[in-house]
Design a protein around this ligand. Structure first.
Ligand code: UDP
Length: 364
C-alpha cells in the first residue's frame, strides 16, 4: 500500500510530522509531496529540520497567487504526480488550499482520500478555510476528527459513521513531542527579554483582520497601547507586514517587538511562558489550551469549540477597545480552569496509522 502525503503551508508541517514518523515506524510506504504554497525559509524550510520531517520527495513549487489561481495551479501540478505514483491513498491535513486542491484531484481519479482534522466548522463561509474544509470533507473517504464537534458536524452533513474516526489531534502530538526541546530555545535572550519578564505574544494573519487598513490600524493601535502594561511580541506573517506597510502603520509597529515568523521551537517557547496570547490562528488556539496559557482569539467564531468549552481560549471579536479590556482582565489574573480535550494525548498519529493499516476502509 502506497500513501501519498500532502503538505503545503505552515500549519500543515506540525500535522504531517508525527504521521510521517509513525508511517516510517510501521513500514508503511509513503511519498511526501510539498505543493510549495508556502516556500520560504520562515514559513516552510525551517520546519522540516525542526520537526524532523524528511525532505519532500516532490515539490510542486506553486508559490503565491490568488485563491483561484493557486488552487488551480496546485491541481494542475498534482495531477501528473498522482498518475505517476498511482497511490492507494492520498492523505491531506488541515484546511489550506493545498488540502482541498489535492483532495479534489485524488477523488476524481477515484483514489481514496484521508482528511486529517476533518469536521471542523466555523459556520463562516467568508473564511477561505471554511470552504476548503467543507469541500475536502465532502470528497474524503476517511475523516479523522480531532474533537467531538467534528463528529456532530460531519453527521449533520450526512457523512456515514463508517467514514468518521475520532482520533485526537496530531498538532498536539507535535507539541508534546517537541516541548522539551523548545525549553532550550534562547529566543527571549535574542529579543532582549529576561526569562522573568511578563509579555504578550501576538499572531494575526486572517484576511478578515489584516486586509482592511482601518481594521488593522485599530488592532495595532490597541496592541501599541498594551505596551504600556507589558512588552508585546509579534512574530509577523508576511501578509500582515505587507498590509501594515501599505497602510502606513510603521509608528504603531515601532512600539511592538516585531519579528519575522519564528521557528516552531522558538514560538513554542514563547507561547509556553506568555502571560497572554492574542491570535487569530487556528492551531495556536489549540496549542495554548494544552499549555494552559490564556488565549484571546480575535475572531467572532471558532471551528475549534473544544478550546473554548474546555480550554483556555476566549473569543473576543475584533473590536480594539474590547480586545484591550479583555487582555487587561486576563492580566489581572482572571484565569478560568481548563481541561485537556479528549484524546489530545500525543497518540493521534498512532491511531490514524492503525486505521490505515486495518485496510477495512478499502471495502466501501
Ligand atoms: N507558528 C510558528 N511560528 C510563528 C507563528 C506560528 O511556528 O511565528 C506555529 C504555531 O505554533 C502553530 C502553527 O504555526 O503550530 C499555526 O500556523 P498558522 O497560524 O499559520 O495557521 P492556522 O493554524 O491559523 O491555520
Amino acid at each position: 500500500m502506497l500513501i501519498l502525503n500532502v503538505v503545503g503551508a505552515r500549519p500543515n508541517f506540525m500535522k504531517i510530522g508525527p504521521l510521517v514518523k509513525e508511517m516510517r515506524h510501521r513500514d508503511l510506504p509513503q511519498v511526501l509531496v510539498h505543493t510549495g504554497q508556502h516556500y520560504d525559509e520562515n514559513l516552510s524550510r525551517q520546519f522540516f529540520d525542526q520537526l524532523g520531517i524528511p525532505k519532500p520527495d516532490i515539490n510542486l513549487q506553486v508559490g503565491s497567487a490568488s485563491q483561484a489561481v493557486q488552487t488551480a495551479e496546485i491541481m494542475r501540478c498534482f495531477e501528473p504526480v498522482v498518475v505517476e505514483c498511482h497511490p492507494d491513498l492520498v492523505l491531506v491535513v488541515g484546511d489550506v488550499n493545498s488540502t482541498m486542491a489535492c483532495a479534489l484531484v485524488a477523488a476524481k481519479f477515484c483514489i481514496p482520500v484521508a482528511h486529517v482534522e476533518a469536521g471542523l466548522r466555523s459556520f463562516d463561509r467568508t473564511m477561505p478555510e471554511e470552504i476548503n474544509r467543507i469541500v475536502t470533507d465532502a470528497v474524503s473517504d476517511l475523516l479523522f476528527v480531532s474533537e467531538p464537534s467534528g463528529i456532530q458536524n460531519l453527521k449533520r452533513e450526512g457523512v456515514p459513521d463508517h467514514k468518521i474516526h475520532f482520533v485526537g489531534n496530531v498538532m498536539i502530538d507535535s507539541l508534546l513531542e517537541h516541548r522539551k526541546a523548545a525549553e532550550e530555545s534562547k529566543i527571549l535572550e535574542r529579543l532582549n527579554l529576561a526569562a522573568t519578564n511578563r509579555y504578550a505574544l501576538v499572531t494575526l494573519h486572517r484576511p478578515s483582520n489584516v486586509d482592511e487598513p482601518e481594521k488593522l490600524r485599530g488592532l495595532l493601535e490597541a496592541l501599541a497601547e498594551l505596551t504600556q502594561d507589558l512588552p508585546v511580541i509579534f512574530p509577523m506573517h508576511p501578509r500582515t507586514r505587507n498590509k501594515a506597510i501599505e497602510a502606513s502603520l510603521q509608528l504603531e509597529l515601532d512600539r511592538l517587538i516585531v519579528t519575522e515568523p519564528l521557528g516552531y521551537l522558538d514560538f513554542l517557547h514563547l507561547m509556553s511562558a506568555a502571560a497572554v496570547v492574542i491570535t487569530d490562528s487556528g492551531g495556536v488556539q489549540e496549542e495554548t489550551t494544552v499549555l494552559g496559557v490564556p488565549c484571546l482569539t480575535v475572531r467572532e467564531n471558532t471551528e475549534r469549540p473544544a478550546t473554548v468549552e474546555q480550554g483556555t481560549n476566549r473569543l473576543v471579536g475584533s473590536d480594539p477597545a474590547h480586545l484591550l479590556r479583555s487582555v487587561r482582565t486576563v492580566l489581572q489574573g482572571d484565569r478560568s480552569p481548563s481541561r485537556l480535550p479528549e484524546l489530545w494525548d500525543g497518540k493521534a498519529a498512532q491511531r490514524i496509522v492503525e486505521v490505515l493499516l486495518r485496510q477495512d476502509w478499502r471495502k466501501h
